[in-house]
Ligand binder design. Structure first.
Ligand code: UD2
Ligand code: MN
Length: 605
């Protein structure tokens, strides 16, 4: 009996403590979340946003309660930043239950009305990500803290850090995405470290980016809006932003990012210690469909690289790089290439003459910055304690200049100025058609004046992992002599093309998917893709440097390509549509190949 009543009073105590604690927490969250009310309210005036939130009401997307009322506009309390109330009991729900909080995914139901579905589709069309879902999420949403524990230890960073100007260029960015980017900067950075946020409008024509944007930031003096007078493209927009910036450090972000807790201090710390260090955060993935914030601990970090198409790519941190920093006080990785989000000392930026204002619209500038940083006396770092999320899109949503191959123009300028004798490998990939790339004398002079090291030095010291076509025994088209001798090995070789059968196509002499290399070690490869046979189809597979399934022995006499592990020969079928593996036969033209620029003196003896 005594035991029972003691238990009961314990239970009562527990209930009281838990519920008091709960109300206290809820109240704190509630009041904290209301501080930015002024800003949050203007969000409501955005019709798109309102519609999105109404949808949520209509279809009861998010259990258990629906925070949004149809009478939002009359009820100033119902805004995105408030925790919602249960209809029945008036119990506060923590903001974690709002859509997308803590970086959680927002999944739309499948039974959308035709009207709503159209809105969702329009959002995709305009932005190449799910704008509708973004509009449902608070522009101040909470995120997980992706940092490793060691990042949060006290006194990690210098107490006196330089402030930064954050420069965000945009062309026709969605309203909620752009605001969330800026708020994540302001909300998650120590106030004194943000000199200003410079929004560079690259001649957008969407109406919400005009007066509405000015009005929204009217009461936030740290946000400056500058406007290009014509479409300049990302690179000149970034230069424009730099001219407007007054902080000692420049930080560049895309217009669809979210910064996480503690993202800024570790970046600025590295620059404070050495102003020739250009630093990049870890770039996490914000899902384009659900806006989920994906992240991994520092063991999953990727670093930038590039291929001979002069395309930027991501790859895992090489082990040697991890080892190098295992016991250092502030582990950082040295990438061969910086991503598009980074911080740089403003004076160093100006000294390097970043960027080439002859670059158009988009692309190539990451490579320029990286080559130049390494070759002209700086270093690049990825700082694993700094995480910024970015929405990676599968296509580019905005208009590019028609009639000009912008990417090629930028890349050719880059190659002409920075690649020395290695430029030819890029030109082979574009069929040696450089097109019109404008005047580059000033950029060449800049490189001379800065006394920069050679591209060979860069490859030998910074990117020794890159396969250099000049080391290949053959490079160019790989032509089959059977059935008229007009068929070439032809496949795209991006990451997404791996593990698929390699193909054939009439030879076109334009490089591209018909550019192959035969390496000293007997691989048939382009970039990181190797021709591979394990008994089924002839496919492309990530090069693994070992022999066996990726080893092909070419005989200059018989022109046969004999496969290592199967001892069969590579041929093509009669309809010239498929690679096949057959018993080797000297007399069969469809097993005979010519490899362009074959030079047996380069073979590993
Ligand atoms: C990647 C980089 C980006 C930049 C770009 C080009 C990351 C996470 N992002 O971007 O920083 O280096 O590659 O190399 O590494 N924009 C303009 N005017 C234009 C076109 C684009 O202002 O004419 C803006 C656009 O609104 C965006 C930024 O430039 O904020 C980058 O463009 P993106 O996001 O379409 O390209 P993305 O993510 O592939
Ligand atoms: Mn982007």
């Amino acid at each position: 009996m005594g035991v029972l009543s003691r238990r009961r009073s314990l239970l009562i105590k527990l209930v009281v403590i838990v519920s008091t604690a709960w109300f206290t927490i809820a109240f704190l969250l509630y009041s904290e979340d209301r501080t930015d009310r002024g800003i949050a309210l203007s969000l409501q005036n955005n019709p798109v946003n309102r519609e999105a939130r109404e949808l949520q009401h209509d279809s009861n997307l998010l259990e258990p309660a629906n925070p949004f009322k149809n009478d939002d506009d009359e009820n100033p309390k119902a805004n995105l930043q408030e925790p919602r109330k249960e209809d029945d009991g008036g119990v506060l729900l923590p903001p974690q239950n709002l859509p997308g909080e803590l970086g959680k995914p927002v999944v739309l139901p499948t039974n959308l009305s035709a009207e709503v579905k159209k809105m969702v589709d329009d959002g995709w069309l305009k932005n190449a990500f799910n704008q509708y879902v973004s509009d449902m999420i608070s522009v101040h949403r909470s995120l997980p803290d992706p940092r490793d524990e060691w990042c949060k230890k006290p006194n990690r960073y210098l107490t006196k850090l330089p402030a930064t100007s954050v420069i965000i260029c945009f062309h026709n960015e969605a309203w909620s995405i752009l605001l969330r980017t800026v708020h994540s900067v302001l909300d998650r950075s120590p106030k004194h470290l943000i000199k200003e946020v410079v929004l560079v409008d690259d001649f957008s024509d969407m109406s919400h980016l005009k007066q509405q944007l000015e009005d929204y930031w009217k009461s936030e003096p740290r946000v400056k809006i500058v406007r290009a007078k014509k479409r300049e493209g990302l690179i000149r927009a970034r230069l424009l932003g730099a001219r407007e910036a007054s902080g000692p450090v420049l930080t560049y972000l895309d217009s669809h990012c979210e910064c996480t807790d503690g993202w800024l201090e570790p970046l600025l710390d590295r620059i404070a210690r050495d102003p020739t260090t250009v630093v990049c955060p870890v770039i996490d993935v914000i899902d384009d469909t659900t806006l989920e914030y994906h992240w991994r601990d520092s063991s999953g970090v990727n670093v930038g690289g590039f291929d001979w198409n002069l395309q930027f790519n991501w790859h895992a941190v090489p082990d040697k790089e991890k080892k190098k920093h295992e016991n250092s006080a502030e582990p950082v990785w040295s990438p061969t290439m910086a991503g598009g989000l980074f911080s740089i000392d403003k004076k160093f930026f100006e000294k390097l003459g970043t960027y080439d204002s002859g670059f158009d619209i988009w692309g190539g500038e990451n490579l320029e910055l990286s080559f130049k940083t390494w070759m002209c006396g700086g270093t690049l770092e990825i700082v694993p304690c700094s995480h910024v999320g970015h929405i990676f899109r599968k296509r580019s949503p905005y208009k590019w200049r028609s009639g000009v191959n912008v990417l090629r123009r930028n890349s050719v300028r880059l190659a002409e100025v920075w690649l020395d004798e290695y430029a030819k490998y890029y030109y082979q990939r574009i069929g040696n058609d450089k097109g019109d790339f404008g005047d580059i004398t000033a950029r060449r002079k800049l490189r001379d004046d800065l006394n920069c090291k050679s591209f060979k030095w860069y490859l030998d010291n910074i990117y020794p992992e890159l396969f250099v076509p000049g080391d290949a025994v053959a490079n160019g088209e790989f032509r089959n002599l059977g059935h008229g001798g007009k068929t070439c090995l032809d496949s795209p070789a991006r990451k997404s093309d791996l593990h698929k059968p390699a193909g054939l196509y009439p030879c076109h002499r334009q490089g591209g998917n018909q550019y192959w290399m035969y390496s000293k070690t007997g691989e048939i490869r382009r970039d990181e893709a190797c021709l591979d046979y394990s008994g089924q189809e002839v496919i492309l597979y990530p090069c693994h440097g070992s022999k066996g399934n990726q080893y092909w022995e070419y005989d200059e006499e018989s022109k046969l390509l004999r496969h290592g592990s199967s001892d069969k020969c590579l041929g093509i079928n009669a309809s010239k549509t498929k690679l096949i593996m057959e018993q080797c036969n000297n007399n069969s033209n469809n097993q005979r190949w010519t490899l362009e620029n074959y030079d047996s003196s380069k073979l590993n003896k």
